[in-house]
Design a protein around this ligand. Structure first.
Ligand SMILES: NC(=O)c1ccc[n+]([C@@H]2O[C@H](COP(=O)([O-])OP(=O)(O)OC[C@H]3O[C@@H](n4cnc5c(N)ncnc54)[C@H](O)[C@@H]3O)[C@@H](O)[C@H]2O)c1
Ligand SMILES: [Zn+2]
Length: 351
């Protein structure tokens, strides 16, 4: 098992390996004294792995209760958030107890936000079970639920006390969901690591999944260690996301996060070159990697629709927008764009 150590406001280890789900109880016992544990999961993941995780914790001496939400993005809701808080209060969960997020980014974001606010903060552990959650959402402490006005508009920075990424769980992941996670993997190569970008051009992600996850976690760890609260460099992780979120919004969330980010990265890469923010055109670098991983590279929405949808983006100040664009092969930079120029940027990026 590989361990990547994160040193943010909290220090914790990300464990990456295969086939250690049944040992999670013992591993948690090394960092958390016996207590009550609330496992939060979705119905799909719980039916696959819930009993194993629960048994492992119980065999190690923990007292376990569970809260299972329906699978899907809609579960990152205020209603679920409230129901879980009430459930915890009814079950007399105390400040020294523990939450365990078992699932993808939806469960991780929801659990993290519950953990950050229940009794002003309770420890939580991430057990990510999707590619996306292993390489991205389980590490770095961003937690959130969605509001009607948009995704992730209510949340907190709150780090877990440990992350356990068991790659064996990815075997049950639908192919489409696996591929969506690859968008975030490709993002890391584009923004910060030219060697990793070359690796992705030359190799298959699936056949190298443990290495790929470890490398992504290391890249994210380095960024988070330097800029946990997204004052600067951490914004790089939003490459493809401003337009990606607009695509998700225009599709009423029928286009998944990963697919939307894939399209968003293409538009940002092309648009940046066309309007002179990037000196070189890296479209022919990103397109083949996305295609090779069966990710979409275009959508049917108009530039105007995407522009309007992106106006509620969190990366926006009054009249400028932070955009992440390629600077060199395997390196991105943060640029400010006047909001009124964004539609043109998107339009150029879509051609
Ligand atoms: N906090 C962050 O830093 C951060 C970063 C990126 C994305 N996100 C958030 O993550 C969410 C997307 O995460 P996701 O792509 O993991 O989606 P998800 O959690 O909805 O999981 C995708 C689907 O796969 C199923 N699933 C999960 N693991 C499985 C397994 N091992 N076998 C079979 N099925 C499985 C789930 O039930 C679900 O239906 C979005 O809400 C996004 O905003 C957060
Ligand atoms: Zn993302």
């Amino acid at each position: 098992m590989e361990i990547v150590k994160v040193s943010a406001s909290k220090e914790y280890n990300v464990h990456i390996g295969s086939g250690f789900l049944d040992l999670v109880g013992e591993k948690i016992k090394e960092i958390k004294r016996l207590c009550r544990v609330v496992i939060i999961s979705d119905d799909t993941v719980y039916s696959l792995y819930g009993e194993r995780v629960s048994k492992s914790l119980e065999d190690s001496g923990y007292n376990v209760v569970k809260f299972v939400v329906p699978h899907g993005e809609d579960s990152k809701s205020f209603e679920n958030y409230e129901s879980i808080l009430e459930f915890c209060a009814e079950n007399s969960i105390t400040r020294t107890d523990l939450f365990v997020a078992l699932g993808g980014g939806v469960v991780g974001d929801l659990t993290g936000f519950v953990a950050s606010t229940y009794l002003r903060g309770v420890d939580f552990v991430q057990i990510p079970t999707t590619v996306l959650s292993m390489v991205d959402s389980s590490v770095g402490g961003k937690t959130a639920i969605n509001l009607k006005a948009g995704k992730n508009l209510c949340g907190a920075f709150y780090q877990p006390i440990a992350v356990f990424a068991d790659c064996e769980t990815l075997k049950t992941l639908p192919e489409e969901t696996f591929n969506e996670g690859c968008a975030e993997i490709i993002k890391y190569g584009m923004i910060l690591d030219k060697d990793f970008l070359t690796f992705l051009q030359d190799n298959d992600i699936r056949n190298n999944i443990e290495y790929v996850i470890k490398r992504c976690v290391e890249i994210k760890r380095d960024v988070v260690n330097r800029d946990e609260f997204e004052k600067g460099e951490r914004k790089l992780l939003n490459f493809g996301h401003t337009i990606g979120h607009a695509i998700e919004k225009c599709s009423n969330l029928t286009i998944s996060h990963g697919n939307a980010v894939a399209i968003g990265m293409v538009i940002a890469t092309k648009g940046a070159y066309e309007i002179g923010m990037s000196d070189e055109d890296f479209t022919d670098v990103i397109l083949p990697i996305l295609e090779k991983n069966n990710l979409p590279t275009a959508c049917d929405f108009s530039a105007e629709e995407l522009y309007k949808a992106s106006l509620s983006d969190k990366k926006r100040s009054l009249d400028t927008m932070s955009l992440i664009v390629p600077e060199e092969y395997g390196l991105c930079k943060i640029m400010k764009l006047p909001v009124e120029d964004l539609q043109n940027f998107i339009e150029k990026g879509m051609n």
